[in-house]
Design a protein around this ligand. Structure first.
Ligand SMILES: N[C@@H](CCC[C@H](N)C(=O)O)C(=O)O
Length: 287
């Protein structure tokens, strides 16, 4: 039996079990990760994040880490590895500051999707998510969609646009009359064509200029109360569908767990929102 320390935190109720691995240990298997994330048998979270000094990170992360001193080792609830987690970066940054592992208003953290700049702002943190990309052929994106998504609760397959933020997203625009709460996201939405490595699927309803509401089905998790990279993808897709208006670069994204801010700066996109630490403890990993 191994006893490890954990910290529980969330960003707009996208919740994480943080595991400090300040000397590079503990390592976690996929099974141990899924145990920690299990809401009944374990601690419970949408994901598990190891806090790892860059010198103990994998070689490919060390190679790109630059000035970053800490590596956010993110795993989904089912134990699979995720390249990036927007809400997770803010909770990670709060843990680093609270524990004097970082200081100052700005610092970098390393992720599998590159180095992300964190900035302390009113009410939380802003993270520069970096360069966004249309994930599929530009011709399809010009038409506004590159795939279709069938969700339980929607009569017909709905057109969708794929956005790459270091992790994959498929954004579905719902017609204005569609009630977002009627979707059944207990079931995985069917994406056609299906992306090889899976995708996070965001369902979006326009509220007003620069303002959308979103629900998300996350790869490796299921429905979550919020997804930071998903909110960025949803805002970018909505802005894209609107013809990329120059006066609509700031977005509010309402998610079941709260509200996130998105800023589009040319090729880059920034996410802002709160970060909370709610508990610390120890847990015995099963053998
Ligand atoms: N909730 C996260 C995204 C987590 C990773 C995702 N499930 C994936 O597999 O890509 C966020 O806030 O961005």
């Amino acid at each position: 039996m191994r006893t490890i320390s954990f910290v529980k935190g969330h960003g707009t109720k996208n919740d994480f079990v943080l595991v400090p691995a300040l000397d590079g240990t503990p390592e976690l298997t996929a099974e141990e990760t899924a145990f920690l994330a299990d809401r009944r048998g374990g601690v419970g979270g949408d994901g598990v994040i190891r806090v790892v000094p860059v010198e103990h990170a994998p070689a490919d992360v060390r190679a790109i880490a630059g000035e970053a001193r800490w590596f956010m080792d993110y795993r989904n609830q089912d134990g699979s590895v995720g390249e990036m987690c927007g809400n997770g970066t803010r909770v990670f940054a709060k843990y680093l500051l609270d524990n004097h592992l970082e200081s100052g208003r700005d610092f970098d953290i390393a992720t599998r999707a590159g180095v992300k700049r964190m900035t302390v702002v009113d009410g939380g943190f802003e993270v520069d998510l970096g360069v966004w990309r249309l994930a599929r052929e530009p011709e399809a994106a010009e038409r506004g969609s590159d795939s279709v998504v069938q969700a339980v609760g929607a009569a017909d397959p709905l057109p969708a646009l794929s956005i790459d933020l270091g992790n994959p997203h498929t954004v579905v625009a719902l017609p204005p009359e569609f009630d977002l709460s009627t979707l059944d996201l207990a079931h995985q939405p069917r994406v056609d064509p299906a992306p090889e490595s899976g995708t996070n699927v965001e369902f979006v309803r326009a509220i007003g200029p620069g303002h959308i509401a979103m629900r998300v089905h996350e790869r490796g998790v299921g429905e979550t109360q919020s997804c930071g990279t998903g909110a960025a993808a949803a805002a970018i897709a909505t802005w894209w569908w609107a013809g990329q208006p120059a006066d609509q670069l700031d977005w509010r994204v309402d998610v079941p767990g709260g509200r996130l801010g998105i800023r589009i700066e040319g090729e880059r996109v920034l996410l802002s929102g709160p970060a909370e630490i709610v508990a610390t403890g120890t847990v015995e990993l099963p053998v």
